[in-house]
Ligand binder design. Structure first.
Ligand code: ADP
Ligand code: MG
Length: 408
């Protein structure tokens, strides 16, 4: 397919922070950017050349938007298959229909992974609304489980966690999910760590992974990510990745073999999905050292935000390159880095003290331009670089704590 060169107009479906950072990267490279968003003044629209406001269900409006751009990408995967098909009729859309179809539905995604022999967390599907089947599935996981809606979940939304001997309230919440549509009931693992592999795949099959990012979640939402790798780090595919003491939160489970296996699984998944673009695979490392694929995101990922400061080419520029058919850039690490999310909760005591956070000289502030700071809402993030991973993590957490500390 033809290369889409600077000066062309790139479209992005979705108006959130991922679209905003995509638009910033694309405009720096000389592209015009149009955003299709369901809200006036959305984070992406604020930095785009133009924006169209419409419903994410409006197939005709999305097809009409697609006809105005030279290439189209997404920052959010839950668009109707018909809308994507219609868009594909009028312009280049990356990633393609297959990747979106599989990844926007947990059950399809798990079946896809299991068919390819990739390790998924043991699960039972309940697709017929049966509360009796739900009860049997829950009883089958005596160490606790998570009930997750098959479609339209993110940041722990559409999920109910049930412990050993689940409460009546928990079961009622899970039954409500079952009543609303297909769910996946999944064993609750004792997690030693969470990892993600952000990677790009070109139309020619070229695969460029970033080095593994180590993630910590709080209340099922990403809290901090760290990329402890520096310029001297060897290539992941060579199995030469070795974490040092403090950088491995598991105290030794994140071996070179486990890290290389995650990169290999990501390559197999992207190839199987015929994925063209920039995406991410989330992994669990269980307390017994086992590696599981959690889920696949067919778009930039929160854990890849630190690539803006930490890597030669960021995940967002890589998304532009993959979309446009340009050569994929280097994912090489420039410095150990860490990222801390800023949720709306940070605004709990009034406007955060930005100057206090920026007293850490290597810390960078990213704010997404969202007006209402609701608890749990992703409002921005901080990134720090440092000579080593543990220092980067300490810096970014110190900066985030300072936001609330120095209040007048
Ligand atoms: P989302 O689409 O909201 O990101 P995930 O399935 O990735 O949903 O779940 C969010 C987080 O919840 C995970 O990153 C992990 O911290 C926790 N979690 C999800 N499933 C499990 C599980 N089976 N066992 C233990 N923790 C889990
Ligand atoms: Mg997730």
């Amino acid at each position: 397919m033809e290369t889409c060169l600077p000066g062309a107009r790139l479209g992005v479906l979705g108006g959130g922070q991922l679209g905003r950072m995509f638009a910033l990267a694309a405009r720096r490279m000389g592209y015009a950017v149009s955003v299709y968003t369901d809200q006036v003044g959305s984070p992406a629209a604020q930095v785009a050349d133009s924006a169209v406001v419409g419903s994410y269900e409006d197939v005709d409006a999305i097809a009409g938007f697609a006809a105005t751009v030279d290439a189209l990408t997404l920052e959010f995967e839950n668009f109707a298959a018909e809308a994507i098909a219609a868009a594909e009729g009028v312009t280049r859309v990356r990633p393609g229909r297959l990747a979106l179809h599989v990844t926007q539905h947990r059950l399809r995604e798990k079946e896809f992974l299991a068919r390819r022999g990739l390790p998924v967390v043991p699960y039972v599907a309940v697709t017929n609304g049966s509360v009796a089947e739900l009860g049997a599935a829950v009883a089958g996981f005596d160490g606790g489980c998570l009930v997750k809606t098959a479609g339209f979940g993110y940041d722990g939304k559409g999920q109910v966690a049930l412990g050993r001997g689940p409460t009546a309230a928990g079961l009622a919440a899970a039954a409500a999910l079952v009543g609303a549509g297909p769910v996946v009931v999944e064993r609750r693992l004792e997690l030693a760590a969470e990892l993600s592999i952000v990677a790009a795949r070109g139309a020619d099959g070229a695969f460029v992974p970033y080095l593994p990012v180590i993630n910590r979640h709080v209340n099922q939402v990403l809290d901090v990510s760290s990329s402890p790798w520096g310029p001297a780090t060897t290539d992941a595919s060579a199995g030469g990745l070795r974490l040092h003491g403090l950088d491995d939160p598991t105290g030794g489970l994140l071996t070179p073999v486990v890290l290389a296996a995650a990169v290999e699984a990501t390559e197999a998944i992207f190839a199987g999905l015929e994925f063209v673009g920039l995406g991410c695979v989330e992994f669990f490392v269980a307390a017994d050292g086992g590696l599981y694929v959690n889920e696949v995101a067919p778009r930039p990922h929160n854990s890849g935000h630190l690539t803006i400061e930490a890597c030669a080419i960021s995940q967002f520029e890589q998304q532009v390159r993959a979309l446009c058919g340009l050569p994929l850039g280097s994912s090489a690490p420039l410095a150990p880095a860490a990222m801390a999310n800023l949720l709306g909760d940070v605004w709990g005591g009034g406007e955060p003290d930005w100057a206090a956070a920026l007293r850490e000289p290597s810390v960078r502030l990213h704010l997404y331009g969202k007006a209402a700071a609701r608890p749990g809402r992703k409002m921005g993030h901080l990134t720090a670089v440092a000579p080593d991973g543990a220092t980067a993590l300490a810096r970014v957490q110190r900066a985030r704590s300072a936001l609330a500390k120095h209040r007048r």
